[in-house]
Structure formats: structure tokens, C-alpha cells
Design a protein around this ligand. Structure first.
Ligand code: FAD
Length: 495
């Protein structure tokens, strides 16, 4: 039995700790916040629980990756899952022509939904969806299949740009645009984001989109109980302020209260730049450090939280997307003050016992960090009046656009508040408020691949910086990290 110290108790840290604890190892998780969970955390405001970074989830259907993983960890029954409507898992509205596309889940449903609006593209849509699934088949991890010994060669379209991949099959420019509607779920950039990222996210949600009911934090609590039931510990309010590395080996880790923690092996489950800050210069070879610092970051976000008056706004059991016009979905992370927001997604997270009325809404709209850079030296609650004005102006812009879909929404609002890229930066210690770790570029995919082993002998990485982000990717990255310790395919064969 080895003792592992895991720095960061977010999605990646908790899953990695749970796998290792179940494999018989001793684990201690150090989390800076008062509640563990990272993206799974919820926070109370106005008598409600609001979620921070896990609104739309998937993989929980029978046979899905999360279903298998959570069953193996023994936490499946503890989860409160609320599947969205299969006949309309998502809808996207273009304000320019007033069209709302309602998109059904499942392979057939998806094709049918779009073919209703674009009958001349039916065959092309079928070929496109087949190609999406074919790309996901190239990744054993996505289906939790043991990795083979042979060096796998990916197909050419795997590394096409996602927009090129869509255009390869689809002719109608409106349909080309609309098929990228899940872009906010991965922050895609035209000509850069690889087709496989678009395919993995699309297929993941097509196969079964779900929501956490009554706050996503209960999943973090279930993971914590799993870790503790195997003898592990999750320490909160335990911010790591230094990782001492000598001769390419971690010697100890210091938390803010001055305690020094030691272990046989250390796993960083924080953003890679946060790790570099904690180890200081000299811990890693210069080239490795430079490489991590130079990797492009995924975009940030402005998130509007709405608390509704009782029985004023109907609960909507699917995610809604709005775009001002066609042709802008791949530029969502750009910022033109006169047009912002170009589009966004919004949803009504379910209560533990969800009835016909929504208690709350969240609106996620991409926003570059540069827009809030003027306040980057400030801290939460002390950013100043001009920041508060800026925030209110942006909340109003979001509400103006929402009103085009729900004209009475302002009357239904009891409270409204927002999180900016600075909130995200400070809450997760995610540099530049980056949502999804490093962004991937199809022209240089090797560069954006960060191995879980590092140049420091007893230090490994986990979390979204070492693979795909979100509930789709981070638990799989946790398996990769845990298997780097317990042996290739060991965990995947047990699932
Ligand atoms: C606003 C927003 C909405 C999102 N919506 C979705 C969604 O709907 N669906 C989806 O699948 N994904 C979504 N994501 C992405 C998802 O939240 C992330 O991919 C996921 O949480 C990343 O997991 P992680 O473990 O790498 O990082 P995190 O979950 O961020 O965990 C990192 C943890 O490390 C802790 N930490 C940082 N520094 C230190 C330190 N020095 N000492 C100790 N602890 C430290 C942090 O407090 C945090 O708990 C969203 C992200 C954001 C920001």
C-alpha cells in the first residue's frame, strides 16, 4: 500500500482518489475550498443551491461511461439524476430568421430532427452522424475498452478541424452552423478545434443528456464518502501554498496553515499553471515548464444566475441555445462590445423534487479574459464599483437577449447575479478563468497532449489539463492517472 497526496479536490482529484482508494491505496486529498468538488461544487444563495461548473452532464444511461464508473465505485445509487427529454434534448433558436430547431436525442432522433428542416440534407446528415460515431470508435477510453498493445493510427478526419469536418458532409451553410450548436460545451475555434473533440462531446450528449437534481455537489459528497469508506481522507480548507521539489522529487507539500504533508507519491489535480506556481522555478526542466506555459488556454465565461419568484417561470427540461445570427458559432469567444452576447446557452437546473415551475436559471456565455483584465489585481467582493457597474451592464445585456425568447422573464426574476472570468479564476485557481483547461489545436495536437507522468519522479497529473474536460473527459483522465500507478487496463477491466 502506498500513500498518495492529491492536490485539488475537484472532479479529477476526487475520481483519481476514489480509484486509488478502491485499489487499496491510502489517499489524502487537499482541497482549498470549504467544500470539495471543484466544478461539482454548489453554493447557497437566496435559500437555493446554485451549481458552479457542472450543468449539463451525460454518460449516466445504462452502459454509459459514467454509469459504469459510478456503479464500480458504488456511488450510482447516491446520485440524483434528472434525464432531459429525449424528444428534445436541446433546442437552438436563431433570432435572425426566428427559427427554433428542436433536437431529439439518439442517433436516429438527431438525424430526423435536422432532416425535418433540411430534407435535402437527409442523406448527408446520416453520413455525418455515422462519421461522428466512427471518430469516437477510434478512442478505446471513450467506451472504457482496454487499450491495445499496438500503436493505433488515427484516421485523417480525426484531426481535421471540426468546422471542416462538418462542412465535408453538409452543404447548407445554415445547417453547417447549427450542427456546431454545442460549441459552448467545448469552446471550439474555427480551423483549430479538432473534429474528435466535437465528435466526443456531441456523441456523449446524444447518447443521453442528464442533469443533477438539487445541486451537483451531492456527487462530490458521494465520491468523498467512497474515498472515506476505503480509508482515505478529503481535507477541505487545505490550500496548498508550496510543493517542495528537490532533485526532481517532491519532498513535502505545505498547506496555508503551515502544515507539511508527506506521502510516497503526489498527484496534482489542479490546473497545470497552478502547479507551476506551487513548485516554483527549477522543479521541472526549463523546456517542460515553458511548454506548459505556452499552451493555449480554453475560453472563459460570464455566467448569469437567476433566482425566480415562485411559480412564475416554467421548468424547461432541455438545454436552450440562442444565437443572434448564423455564422457566428465558431467565434463565440470573440468579444465585440456592440454585439455581445452573440449567443449563449441557458437552462433551468432541476430541484431535488422538480415540479412544473423553475426555481432558477443559469445562462452561460463565453467571454474573453481580456474584458475583465482591468480588475485582475482585485479579489472577490472587493473589485470596486466600476466592476460592479460593468457586471450589471453585462447582466442586462444577457437579460435583453433572453427577453427575445421569454418576454416576461424580467417580471419573474427575484434575484439575479453573475460570475465573471475573475470569479472562475479565483474559485478554481484556473488561470485567465479558463473553463476547460488547455485548448486543443488540430494542427499541433501533440503539443496540447500533456502526459500524466512528469519530469518529477513522484509527481503525476490528473484533471482536465491532461485530456478532455468536463464530466465526459475528466473521469477518463482519472483512470489514466490511476492506471499509471496500478497498471495499464487494471481499472478499465473491472468496470
Ligand atoms: C462555469 C463552468 C461551467 C461548466 N459547465 C460544465 C457542464 O455543464 N458540463 C461539464 O461536463 N463540464 C462543465 N464545465 C467544465 C468542468 O467544470 C471541468 O471540466 C471540470 O470541473 C474540471 O475538473 P478538474 O478536476 O480538472 O478541475 P476542477 O474541478 O476545477 O478542480 C480543481 C480543484 O483544485 C482546487 N485547487 C486549486 N488550487 C488549489 C490549491 N493550491 N490547493 C488546493 N486545492 C486547489 C480547486 O479549488 C478545485 O476544487 C464547466 C466549467 C465552468 C467553469
Amino acid at each position: 500500500m502506498q500513500h498518495f497526496l492529491i492536490i485539488g479536490g475537484g472532479l479529477g482529484g476526487l475520481f483519481t482518489a476514489a480509484f486509488l482508494a478502491k485499489e487499496g491505496h491510502r489517499v489524502t486529498v487537499l482541497e482549498k475550498n470549504a467544500i470539495a468538488g471543484g466544478g461539482l461544487q454548489s453554493f447557497p444563495r437566496y435559500g437555493r443551491l446554485f451549481d458552479t461548473g457542472m450543468h449539463v452532464v451525460g454518460g449516466f444511461h445504462e452502459g454509459g461511461s459514467l454509469h459504469r464508473i459510478c456503479r464500480y465505485l458504488g456511488i450510482l445509487d447516491a446520485l440524483r439524476l434528472h434525464p432531459v427529454d429525449t424528444d428534445c434534448m436541446d433546442e437552438i433558436t436563431y433570432l435572425s430568421d426566428g427559427t427554433t430547431y428542436r433536437i431529439a436525442g439518439g442517433r436516429e432522433g438527431f438525424v430526423e430532427s435536422w432532416a425535418r428542416h433540411f430534407p435535402q440534407e437527409r442523406g448527408a446528415l446520416q453520413a455525418y452522424v455515422d462519421a461522428l460515431y466512427a471518430l469516437t470508435e477510434e478512442l478505446d477510453a471513450f467506451y472504457l475498452r482496454p487499450a491495445g498493445e499496438e500503436l493505433f493510427q488515427h484516421s485523417e478526419p480525426f484531426l481535421w478541424a471540426a468546422d471542416r469536418f462538418i462542412a465535408h458532409y453538409i452543404t447548407d451553410p445554415r445547417l453547417r452552423d447549427a450542427l456546431a450548436y454545442m460549441n459552448p460545451m467545448y469552446g471550439g475555434v474555427a480551423g483549430e478545434t479538432p473534429a474528435f473533440v466535437h465528435a466526443l462531446i456531441s456523441v456523449f450528449y446524444l447518447e443521453g443528456t442528464t442533469r443533477f437534481a438539487g445541486g451537483s455537489v451531492h456527487m462530490a459528497e458521494a465520491l468523498t464518502r467512497c474515498i472515506e469508506s476505503h480509508g482515505g481522507r478529503v481535507l477541505t480548507r487545505a490550500e496548498v501554498v508550496r510543493i517542495a521539489v528537490e532533485e526532481r522529487e517532491v519532498r513535502w507539500v505545505e498547506t496555508r496553515d503551515g502544515t507539511r504533508h508527506t506521502a510516497d507519491c503526489y498527484i496534482s489535480a489542479v490546473h497545470a499553471h497552478e502547479l507551476l506556481r506551487l513548485v516554483g522555478e527549477g522543479a521541472f526542466p526549463k523546456a517542460y515548464r515553458r511548454r506548459l506555459l505556452d499552451l493555449p488556454m480554453s475560453p472563459s465565461l460570464f455566467c448569469v444566475y437567476i433566482d425566480f419568484k415562485p411559480e412564475t417561470f416554467p421548468y424547461i427540461n432541455h438545454t436552450c441555445y440562442v444565437q443572434r445570427d448564423y455564422g457566428r458559432l465558431w467565434q463565440l469567444a470573440d468579444y465585440d462590445e456592440s454585439r455581445w452576447p452573440e449567443g449563449f446557452l441557458y437552462m433551468t437546473p432541476p430541484e431535488a423534487e422538480q415540479g412544473p415551475w423553475a426555481g432558477q436559471m443559469i445562462v452561460n456565455t463565453l467571454l474573453p479574459y481580456e474584458v475583465v483584465k482591468a480588475w485582475e489585481d482585485t479579489t472577490t467582493g472587493r473589485r470596486g464599483a466600476d466592476y460592479e457597474h460593468w457586471k450589471q451592464r453585462h447582466i442586462d445585456r444577457v437579460l435583453d437577449l433572453l427577453e427575445t425568447r421569454h418576454p416576461d422573464i424580467r417580471h419573474a426574476i427575484r434575484h439575479v447575479f453573475a460570475a465573471s472570468p475573475l470569479t472562475i479564476r479565483d474559485f478554481y485557481h484556473a488561470p485567465r478563468g479558463s473553463m476547460y483547461g488547455f485548448s486543443k489545436n488540430c494542427h499541433d495536437i501533440v503539443r496540447s497532449q500533456v502526459p500524466v507522468v512528469t519530469k518529477v519522479r513522484n509527481l503525476l497529473l490528473t484533471g482536465q489539463c491532461v485530456g478532455l474536460h468536463g464530466i465526459c473527459g475528466v473521469p477518463l483522465n482519472a483512470i489514466t492517472t490511476a492506471e499509471a500507478i496500478v497498471g495499464r487496463n487494471t481499472i478499465v477491466r473491472r468496470l
